[in-house]
Design a protein around this ligand. Structure first.
Ligand SMILES: Nc1ncnc2c1ncn2[C@@H]1O[C@H](COP(=O)(O)OP(=O)(O)O)[C@@H](O)[C@H]1O
Length: 271
């Protein structure tokens, strides 16, 4: 798990480096180093926790759990990131999150989950991952407010610090040796890891653009509804029918998004 995230961060870093020195020159960066090392810590821990959770909960549970992400991003953005939101914004965001979760939720017991435990270790890891996501967003809010940090610089430095933490982690835990062994025994995995990492870097470039230009909260609303649109699109594309619960959920999500777009603007934005 750690080695995979390490490879991912290395490719993200190289991608940011190339983009910054060619097509997207962004000038000097005045961001405090403290913001980079702290956000990198929470960023990589969020990824490791949500990947690790998959050993205890199944994939749909993980997606439903992580669809709550805008909530910690918003709450910690206010408590730690010094952001202000009008009260109605909390309601719109809650509406979107509840709608997405209601849409994705699968009744009954599914393979991979622990049927006996309502709240087990996997759920705890998801909660931890969400907290880390919230803290990452809060630190990014401060970077934006105090240094107007650009997307390329944020992507480059957060991945660089994460590489450092992950290198220490894989060496101390000895996981790197098991990883090299595994790759030697299954060389076909190299192609998959390359695909995965390049796709991740391409996607992350837009994530950071969204974070630096609009903020972590709009970014998490977009990535959360993206999950909803993926499932909705595939259901409609493959001619499957939506359950009544999912129709209600779809309406709730669209209504929440509409209200947020129309009336969710913050006081800062108006200024
Ligand atoms: N605010 C952010 N700062 C840096 N990277 C982010 C941020 N939000 C998302 N990402 C990156 O994008 C990936 C996908 O995010 P997302 O679509 O929200 O799904 P999830 O967090 O459930 O994996 C994350 O694993 C992370 O690498």
């Amino acid at each position: 798990m750690l080695s995979l995230v390490l490879v991912q961060c290395v490719v993200n870093y190289l991608y940011a480096k190339i983009v910054l020195s060619t097509v997207m020159k962004q000038g000097e960066d005045s961001t405090r180093t403290m913001y980079y090392w702290s956000s990198a810590l929470t960023y990589f821990l969020a990824m490791v926790c949500s990947n690790m959770a998959l050993q205890w909960v199944n994939y749909p549970t993980q997606v439903v759990g992580k669809s709550g992400k805008p909530i910690p991003v918003m709450v910690l953005g206010v408590l730690v990131g010094k952001k202000n939101y009008p009260l109605k914004k909390y309601f719109f965001v809650l509406m979107i999150v509840v709608g997405v979760a209601l849409f994705m939720f699968k009744d009954g017991k599914t393979a991979g989950g622990d049927a006996n435990a309502f709240f087990g270790f996997g759920e705890l890891l998801l909660l931890l991952s969400l907290t880390m996501d919230g803290l990452t967003g809060a630190i990014q809010e401060r970077m934006r407010a105090e240094h107007q940090t650009k997307s390329g610089h944020m992507m480059l430095n957060m991945n660089l610090w994460s590489i450092f933490y992950l290198l220490v982690a894989v060496l101390v835990s000895g996981e790197i040796f098991a990883f090299v062994n595994f790759v030697q025994n299954h060389p076909s995995i190299i192609w998959q890891i390359c695909n995965f990492s390049v796709a991740s870097a391409l996607g992350q470039c837009f994530i950071f653009l969204m974070v630096s230009d609009f903020g972590p909260l709009p970014c998490s609303i977009v990535t959360t509804t993206r999950k909803f649109f993926t499932v909705l699109g595939s259901v409609l594309l493959f001619g499957n029918t939506l359950l009544p619960r999912q129709w209600v959920a779809t309406l709730v999500v669209f209504f929440g998004l509409f209200l947020d777009a129309m009336y969710g603007k913050t006081a800062d934005k108006k200024k």
